[in-house]
Design a protein around this ligand. Sequence first.
Ligand SMILES: [Fe+2]
Ligand SMILES: [Fe+2]
Length: 139
Amino acid sequence: MALEKTTVIHLMNEGLEMEYASQIQYLTQAAITRGPYAEGLLARFEEIASDEAEHAKLLRTRIVALGGVPTTKVGQIQIHKDSLQAVKINLKYERDTVDFYRKLLNLIPHDEVILYEAIEHILQDSQEHVEELERLVGK
Ligand SMILES: [Fe+2]
Ligand SMILES: [Fe+2]
């Protein structure tokens, strides 16, 4: 399997847009969260936001390494003032993210080691985010 550079760059830019949106979403939700569980939620949201920033950096670097131009677009952001609803929105988003990166990883040959490991790392973190959020909604 050869690396389809144009397709992969395009998808990584789609991922980059989502990472930017998700970082802003988590940070905003961290700032507005209120209620008995605010401390824990704030800490978790901020921790995940810093993972999203790292994912964006990995994507920017790999896009440039493939000869592409990293997007500056920001994807759709959803904020909810109710903390539990916010967690549910994030959980849906993270599950979609897992599907997205799983498909992207399947397009990358294993011998493209740096690229493969970068996307695998982002996929792993996204699966961790799903687990952490599932715990917050009591699943
Ligand atoms: Fe991410
Ligand atoms: Fe995430």
